[in-house]
Write a protein that binds this ligand. Structure first.
Ligand SMILES: Cc1cc2nc3c(=O)[nH]c(=O)nc-3n(C[C@H](O)[C@H](O)[C@H](O)COP(=O)(O)O)c2cc1C
Length: 292
């Protein structure tokens, strides 16, 4: 599935049919997670028995204290919790999530930051010590994935008609709005916003327009792009919040995918030194450079 199509349509799903995922589909998912698992500092594991996990974590994780009730979960452990590994971990998890979407499944990230080590140990034993879960299953409202309820503006024409639209998707639900395009892209430094005309002239409008529909923790959307000459840097705001590096990895996965869709070959290079900086009252870090 094209990233353009996927990113236009995706949303977090918090209500699931409590029926099991088809065996063949589980195999495919595990295959993707396994292939992506070849990294000692990152572990992704699929858990079939959602009920035990849901019951153990109710009141401790989920949505407003209510654990998201899905038939199964994926667990992500980032062993050293440093910036680069967080980025790689979420990039990989998001690839598994895209596969899930292609199989007609809904997903939702769940932060386990407020769950104690003791609770995690008694639930997952020595198998894994996850930092995040992803709920996974068939969405309760099938329409969410099938009817194109979240249809969007994915063409240049739509972009040109409504370049300042703050939302990609028309919806009044829990997904939340997205930041304006003009607040997302900067030129040379945080001092100057890149004009809409220049974004369009450089041929980036569709990419920047669509990537805003990436999920982020609490919909905080900490990602910003700084275009310096021919280079594009991904920056995140508030780098003291480690979860923002998870959001950065997700953003990198989508950006690359859409870039490839529109014929731009390239890859993000995560910076070796990720430093916290400040511009006026804004705290930020550059995290990666896009190599064309
Ligand atoms: C790293 C991360 C952690 C998240 N944690 C939770 C969570 O604990 N509970 C929840 O209901 N949603 C969680 N979400 C989902 C976000 O709230 C959601 O992506 C955001 O509100 C945007 O909505 P959308 O995904 O439907 O576009 C998380 C998302 C990310 C990327």
């Amino acid at each position: 599935m094209l990233f353009k199509e996927y990113l236009g349509a995706r949303k977090s799903v918090r209500e699931y049919e409590l029926k099991a995922i088809k065996e063949d589909d589980i195999k495919e998912l595990k295959e993707v997670a396994r292939l992506l698992n070849e990294d000692e500092s990152i572990k992704i594991k699929y858990f079939d028995d959602g009920k035990t996990i849901r019951e153990a974590l109710d009141g401790k994780a989920g949505y407003s204290g209510v654990m998201i009730d899905s038939p199964h979960y994926l667990a992500l452990e980032i062993k050293d919790f440093n910036e680069q590994t967080l980025i790689r971990g979420s990039y990989r998890m998001e690839a598994t999530i895209k596969k899930a979407y292609e199989l007609g499944l809904g997903t939702c990230w769940i932060d386990l930051a407020n769950v104690s080590d003791e609770d995690l140990r008694s639930l997952f034993k020595d198998e894994i010590k996850p930092n995040y879960l992803v709920a996974i299953g068939y969405p309760k409202e099938k329409s969410i994935l099938e009817k194109g309820l979240f249809k969007f503006m994915t063409t240049n024409k739509d972009f040109k008609n409504d370049p300042y639209a703050n939302k990609i998707v028309k919806k009044g639900d829990t997904s939340g709005e997205r930041i304006h395009l003009e607040d997302l892209v900067y030129k040379d430094s945080f001092a100057t916003k890149m004009s809409m005309d220049e974004i369009a002239k450089r041929g980036f409008e569709e990419i920047f327009y669509l990537v805003r529909n990436a999920p982020s923790s609490k919909n905080a959307q900490p990602w910003r792009f700084v275009v310096e000459g021919c280079d594009i840097y991904l920056a995140i705001l508030n780098p003291e919040e480690k979860v923002n590096f998870i959001d950065a990895g997700i953003m990198m996965y989508f950006f690359e995918g859409i870039a490839h869709d529109v014929g731009i070959k390239g890859k993000w290079n995560v910076l070796d030194n990720i430093e916290a900086k400040e511009y006026k009252d804004t705290k930020y870090s550059y995290v990666a450079k896009f190599n064309f």
